[in-house]
Ligand binder design. Structure first.
Ligand code: F6P
Length: 357
């Protein structure tokens, strides 16, 4: 008999359902009796005791379904130790609900913040397993997170569509890609869709170099230029500011995001018309790609195996093509960023993509 709790926390992404299905199917096949409790809307459900007893029917037909059948919410890690507005100790409340249901393990699907709270619960003595989700691909200790490949497809489609209209109108276009503080999604989608300039948080840009790259294309007879800009892209001057100064600058910025600021600078300095497209949350939506369905079925299977073996406290990761268990204490709180000297960035530069550096 196994009793497990499931929760999905933080910004959603494709394949959350596929991953939960993998775990539940794996367990259903390999344990005599199974009880699955789904906590609603992330850690909120665990804190306030909002859950549903799920049946195998809940996991049927969800391999291809986007979003999460459990709902999700953001519960910042840094506030987990702060009592709620009614003075409730959130960590104690989560422990109480876990013990009340007599759970063998909590399976927690989420990104970096979610992982930190999962590790906190592990330190508090709960059995946890973490499955790494996020379109940002910034979780340390796994080669890839689920959601990332599906989001690449969507960001890529957006840039592909911009390509044809940019060519018709001889314009400069910026497509702003999600990714929070890292540039994985922009780098992969940008390269896969033939963006001419890719701006990432990890490689601060110089606006004059960006303009140089546009002018180079114009001189070569190309009428249009596509920039894939990460939402966290940063100029060299801004990167030199202290964290506090940069925060202040962002708070006072008259543009909705960095892409509009870059567009304004290009327009002012060159007189060229620039358009900005922000696919935004579409990048997290819709059906998971076949790659993510496969990845999540494998992560789910390994998660189930770990529960059968009572091996807890790990993230289930993909490392060099193999699914592995990685101790949460080794990875929680670390961010995986694009290495500016990595082969992929060098390859991009070799084929003429400018990073504005
Ligand atoms: O972490 C996933 C992500 O989609 C980031 O790429 C983005 O910065 C953020 O979430 C958006 O968060 P929200 O959905 O809270 O606006």
């Amino acid at each position: 008999m196994k009793r497990i709790g499931l929760l999905t926390s933080g910004g959603d992404c494709q394949a959350l359902n596929a991953a939960m299905r993998g775990v539940v199917k794996g367990l259903s096949e390999n344990v005599d009796q199974l009880e699955v409790y789904g906590f609603l809307n992330g850690y909120k459900g665990l804190i306030y005791g909002n859950y549903r007893l799920l049946s195998s029917a809940d996991f049927s037909g969800i391999l291809t379904k986007g979003g999460t059948i459990l709902g999700s919410s953001r519960q910042p890690f840094k506030l987990m130790r702060t009592p709620d507005e009614n003075g409730l100790d959130k960590v104690e409340a989560m422990k109480q609900n876990y013990y009340k249901l007599n759970l063998d393990c909590l399976v927690i699907l989420g990104g970096n913040g979610t992982q930190k709270t999962a590790n906190l619960l592990r330190e508090e003595g709960l059995n946890v397993i973490h499955l790494p989700k996020t379109i940002d691909n910034d979780i340390y200790g796994t080669d890839v997170t689920f959601g990332f490949q599906s989001a690449i497809n969507i960001a890529c489609d957006a840039i592909d569509c911009i390509h044809t209209t940019a060519a018709s109108h001889n314009r400069v276009f910026i497509v702003e890609v999600m990714g929070h503080k890292v540039g994985w999604l922009t780098l992969y989608a940008g390269m896969a869709s033939g963006a001419d300039i890719i701006l990432l948080p990890e490689i601060p840009y110089d606006i004059d170099k960006v303009i140089e790259a546009i002018n180079k294309r114009t001189k070569a007879g190309k009428g249009f230029t596509i920039l894939a800009v990460a939402e966290g892209a940063i100029s060299k001057e801004d990167a030199a500011l202290s964290k506090k100064e940069y925060k202040k600058k962002i708070a006072e910025r008259k543009f909705p995001s960095v892409s509009y600021e870059i567009a304004d600078e290009i327009q002012k300095k060159t007189g060229t018309e620039v358009r900005v497209t922000v696919p935004g949350h579409t990048q997290r939506g819709g059906s998971p790609s076949p790659y993510d369905r496969l990845l999540c079925t494998r992560l789910g299977a390994e998660g189930a195996k770990a529960i059968v073996e009572e091996d807890y406290g790990n993230m289930i990761a993909l490392i060099n093509g193999k699914i592995k268990r990685v101790p949460l204490e080794d990875v929680a709180g670390k961010l995986k960023m694009v290495d500016p000297d990595s082969q992929i960035v060098q390859d991009a530069k070799y084929v003429g993509i400018s990073f504005g550096d």
